[in-house]
Design a binder for this molecule. Structure first.
Ligand SMILES: C[S@@+](CC[C@H](N)C(=O)[O-])C[C@H]1O[C@@H](n2cnc3c(N)ncnc32)[C@H](O)[C@@H]1O
Length: 310
């Protein structure tokens, strides 16, 4: 099939080495016309195929065969998640899932889960954010907004941060976050976990602040809780008073159409007191190659590091 002539060479370019996490195929960037609905990630020894539109059983079987033939051993399981079905169910289509699975990136470990949750606990495209935060965190007081399972907090503390405050309204995700710190032998006294809705947490955050570095990585959209166009302006205005003079903000925008343009426009309009000092995309991480090809910045995560005035 035509699809496979495109898929095979891409997979061959991105095979994981020595157990590293890799995006094996990124169809969502619009570069592979017939495969816009397909993403494949390797978390050795498990591979996960994400489908954003329905595909036949035969198609799935052929992809599984292709992966099974190529992937380095050990390979425990190939899992399929149907993102287009309500609840995004996960099915093991080859092998068997290990009882516990951790992702390893830059020597740090993160718990993965294949239960009823839509996301498995880790976003490989945020490698560039984790790298940047780890490099800049030494001695800093950090606020990690929309922390999810706290991978950015783990990276900050591995980079020598003094303290990280993690905020997310999803308590179960923060519980995994707490475990992620323990997995990496991080003293829990250097971190706090606030299970709160951001727009209702201002007085608490002010009391714990101000911060040298604020990380802001909200969802593209999440029901009434977050909608990029509606909530980003309010979010930026609420963040400004939390940052110390000369402090920094890492702003990350995921998924809406043309996130880089939208983010730059919002920052210019609602945060004129801060200057952009770095612009990054997921391909700027050291995970190798162009792992997240994107036709025109259409859906690609945009990261901006800003510095506030003295
Ligand atoms: C894109 S994820 C964050 C990913 C995380 N930064 C990482 O790299 O793993 C978005 C998170 O925002 C949280 N969230 C969404 N709306 C929120 C709100 N209004 N207040 C607090 N948390 C919210 C969700 O629970 C989810 O965990």
């Amino acid at each position: 099939m035509e699809d496979f002539q495109v898929l095979e060479p891409e997979l061959d370019c991105h095979l994981p080495h020595q157990g590293q996490i890799r995006r094996l195929f990124h169809g969502r960037g619009g570069c592979f016309a017939a495969l816009n609905d397909v993403v494949i990630d390797a978390y050795p020894p498990v591979v996960i195929i994400y489908l954003y539109a329905e595909r036949s059983t035969q198609w799935v079987q052929l992809v599984v065969q292709m992966l099974e033939q190529r992937l380095p051993r050990p390979l425990a399981a190939i899992v399929l998640q149907r993102r287009y079905v309500t609840g995004a169910p996960v099915e093991v289509v080859w092998g068997a899932l290990p009882e516990r699975l951790e992702a390893e990136e830059d020597g740090l470990r993160y718990q993965l889960r294949f239960d009823s949750a839509q996301n498995i606990g880790f976003f490989p495209d945020m490698a560039v954010g984790r790298q940047l935060v780890r490099q800049r965190a030494a001695g800093k007081k950090v606020l990690n907004l929309f922390a999810y399972t706290c991978s950015l907090s783990v990276a900050a503390l591995a980079g020598g941060a003094k303290h990280v405050v993690n905020l997310d309204m999803n308590r179960a995700a923060l519980d995994i976050g707490r475990h992620n710190h323990q997995l990496n032998d991080i003293d829990l006294r250097s971190t706090s976990f606030l299970a709160m809705e951001f727009f209702k947490s201002q007085s608490k955050l002010r009391k714990l602040g101000p911060y040298d570095l604020v990380i802001c990585d909200p969802p593209a959209s999440q029901g009434k809780s977050f909608n990029a166009r509606q909530h980003w302006p309010k979010l930026l205005r609420r963040i400004a008073p939390l940052v110390k003079p000369s402090g920094e903000l890492l702003a990350c925008m995921n998924g809406p159409i043309y996130p880089a343009q939208l983010l730059d426009q919002l920052l210019a309009e609602h945060l004129p007191e801060a200057t952009i000092i770095e612009r990054l995309t997921p391909n700027d991480s050291n995970c190798g190659g162009n792992a997240f090809p994107d036709i025109d910045g259409h859906g690609e995560t945009a990261l901006r590091l800003l510095k506030f005035a003295d």
